[in-house]
Design a protein around this ligand. Sequence first.
Ligand SMILES: NC(=O)c1ccc[n+]([C@@H]2O[C@H](COP(=O)([O-])OP(=O)(O)OC[C@H]3O[C@@H](n4cnc5c(N)ncnc54)[C@H](O)[C@@H]3O)[C@@H](O)[C@H]2O)c1
Ligand SMILES: N[C@H](CO)Cc1c[nH]c[nH+]1
Ligand SMILES: [Zn+2]
Length: 428
Amino acid sequence: MRRLDTTEEGFEAKLRALLQRDEAAVAGISDSVRNIIADVRGGGDAKLVELTRKLDRTDLSCGLAVTEQEVEQAIAACSKEALDALEIAARRIEAYHDRQRPEDRRWIDDLGVTLGWRWTPLDAVGLYVPGGTAAYPSSVLMNAIPAKVAGVKRIVIVTPAREGKLNPLVLAAAKRAGVTEIYKIGGAQAVAALAYGTETIKPVDKIVGPGNAYVAEAKRQVFGHVGIDSIAGPSEITVIAEGGIEASHIAADLLSQTEHDKLSQSILLCCSEVLASAVAKAVEDQLAEHPRREIAETAWREQGAIIMCEDLADAARVSNIIAPEHLELCVRDPEALLPLIDHAGAVFLGRHTPEAIGDYVGGPSHVLPTSRAARFSSGLSVLDFVKRMSVTGCPEKAFREIGPVAATLAEIEGLPSHAASVTFRLEE
Ligand SMILES: NC(=O)c1ccc[n+]([C@@H]2O[C@H](COP(=O)([O-])OP(=O)(O)OC[C@H]3O[C@@H](n4cnc5c(N)ncnc54)[C@H](O)[C@@H]3O)[C@@H](O)[C@H]2O)c1
Ligand SMILES: N[C@H](CO)Cc1c[nH]c[nH+]1
Ligand SMILES: [Zn+2]
């Protein structure tokens, strides 16, 4: 873990170096991801079976797809408590995303031209649900519900089966959210299969969802051939905390994201030395007992940081440079600080809103931009699953008014058929 102070010399350069984390990691894996994608394009199902045997120790020679019977058996194996929790989360996520449906617009301008736009859903989307070191039923809901609300008809999940097993609640969540196909594949090979198709898996139009560095890099590489959402890679959290907040709570919040991945990043911004030291100690105490210690400790030691700031406004300034996936405002008056925050995937207000609420049950999707992508992109939403088509309609009178403008500009651009398509009609 690094200790920094915003008043020290060269602070911004040191901060930017700290944030450079997965560029370095990606540099090491981008060639192997490229090879995996090429292999799957050339080798189809057989290559998927071979790579899954090697990387996930799972034999898929009997089939890649999860059957309806497997889904029903999985649901029967889930406890009532788990299914009830899933249902409450699903309803809250649906209610939030229902409000995100964009509206069509139509109007007639001064010249009588009909103008507007229509939103239409994508035909087929692929949702990546991580499954390497943990199972993520919550990510099924957070990916699939926005797609369903948008009206996507074909919703395909890929998720790795660790040693042949899928978490039953992952399948229950897929059924609850209206997923149409599920394949037991993960990593870059799953992204390649969704993008280019295989004998069994028809290609999709867009691939969304979080995953580790292999998944994030594969999405980057297939972008253009298919659409993608943001790059939602190894999880991150920044906490702005004020003195007086319980240190063990903040420590748990920081570890809640380092426990995802060795490449995860947790950063505390605070103005109190007493709090900074108490949180550092509480993190060590919690790590000592941590069931995922190797992952959480590596991420905290390699990428974690405590940054001393002059005041809350200074902390907000630093947070905007970090542009974290998740930002907790653990302060007495979070609403007063919120207007100073410009870049974060999701913001959590006040000490009773730990980030884990957002991971499971708050309502917004937890699929969020990482690695500073919150500077230019947003978390997954209904808008990721729809497109906007513009609409223009000229009655003859309006055509005769604006047609000559089009013809003039077409002539200037040296495009005679463009001009003719207008002038022929004007001469009618
Ligand atoms: N940003 C978000 O919205 C968000 C949400 C949930 C989870 N996450 C992140 O998702 C990630 C989940 O990671 P995970 O590893 O548990 O699951 P994962 O499903 O993302 O990755 C597992 C796959 O990685 C591939 N892989 C692993 N090692 C490989 C190697 N050496 N060569 C080639 N391929 C390899 C394998 O194919 C395996 O199936 C974490 O980084 C977590 O922080 C992010
Ligand atoms: N924090 C993750 C997004 O970075 C989402 C998640 C799912 N389960 C637990 N956490
Ligand atoms: Zn999480």
